[in-house]
Design a protein around this ligand. Structure first.
Ligand SMILES: N[C@@H](CCC(=O)N[C@@H](CS)C(=O)NCC(=O)O)C(=O)O
Length: 211
C-alpha cells in the first residue's frame, strides 16, 4: 500500500485523500502535526527535505510531493474514474480550472490564514524556509481576492454543473476544499452565492469527500 504523509485537518493533504478515495485507492496515512512543527523536525525532513505535506512514499523509496503531482501519479496508476481529462483538450480545460481554484481560491485563503494565525507568526509560508514573518496586509489582500474568487465561482456554477464543465473533476476537489478552508478565516459562501452553495452540497455528498 502506498504511504501518504498527511495531516487530517490540512487542506492540501485532503485534496490527495479525496482524489484517491474517488478511485478507491487505499493509502496508509501517517499523521504529521504541522502546528507543533513536526514537519520541520529531523525525522520528517529525512523523508521530505522541503518539510511540506502531503508527501507520497513510492515503492522504490523515492517520494512525490505537490498535491496535483501526486494526483497525476494516482491518475496514471488508476485511470478510472477519470478526474483529470481524457484527451488533450479536456485535460487542458480541467487543468485550467484546477489552477484557477488553486491560485485564486486556495492560495488567497491560505494567505489570510498564515498571516493571521498566531501559530504561524514567524512561519508565513509552509515548509523549510528562512523565518518568514506574517504580513497583515497579505491577509487583507487575500480576503479581498478570495471574495472575488467566490463571486467568480458563483458565476461559473450558474451555467455549469461542475467547475470544469459537465462532470466532476480534480477542479471540484480543489475548489470544495478551498471553500471549506475559507470557513477557518470567516470567508463564507453566504446567501449571495447560491450556485456555490448548491454545488458544494452536491460534491460534499460524495462518499469520497469524507476521506
Ligand atoms: N503546493 C503544495 C502545498 C503544500 C502545503 O502548503 N502544505 C501545507 C499543509 S496544507 C504544509 O505542508 N504546511 C507546512 C507548514 O506550515 O510548515 C501542494 O500542493 O502540495
Amino acid at each position: 500500500m502506498l504511504r501518504l504523509y498527511d495531516m487530517a485537518r490540512a487542506p492540501n493533504p485532503r485534496r490527495v485523500r479525496w482524489f484517491a478515495a474517488e478511485k478507491a485507492i487505499a493509502l496508509e496515512t501517517i499523521e504529521i502535526d504541522i502546528v507543533s512543527g513536526a514537519n520541520l523536525g529531523a525525522d520528517y525532513l529525512a523523508i521530505n527535505p522541503r518539510g511540506v505535506v502531503p508527501t507520497l512514499l513510492l515503492a522504490d523509496g523515492s517520494i512525490l510531493d505537490e498535491s496535483v503531482a501526486i494526483c497525476r501519479y494516482l491518475e496514471g496508476l488508476h485511470p478510472e474514474p477519470n478526474l483529470m481529462g481524457r484527451d488533450g483538450l479536456e485535460m487542458a480545460q480541467i487543468e485550467r480550472w484546477q489552477r484557477r481554484m488553486e491560485f485564486d481560491g486556495l492560495f488567497n485563503i491560505a494567505a489570510v490564514f498564515r498571516n493571521t494565525a498566531p501559530a504561524y507568526a514567524t512561519r508565513g509560508m509552509p515548509g523549510v524556509l528562512p523565518p518568514t514573518p506574517a504580513i497583515p496586509e497579505l491577509a487583507v489582500r487575500g480576503a479581498l481576492l478570495a471574495g472575488d474568487w467566490l463571486d467568480q465561482l458563483d458565476q461559473r456554477l450558474a451555467t455549469a454543473p461542475f467547475v470544469a464543465g459537465d462532470r466532476f473533476s480534480i477542479a471540484d476537489i480543489t475548489a470544495a476544499i478551498a471553500v471549506d478552508f475559507g470557513k477557518w478565516v470567516n470567508i463564507r459562501v453566504g446567501d449571495a452565492r447560491p450556485h456555490v452553495a448548491r454545488w458544494l452540497a452536491n460534491v460534499k455528498a460524495r462518499p469520497a469527500a469524507r476521506a
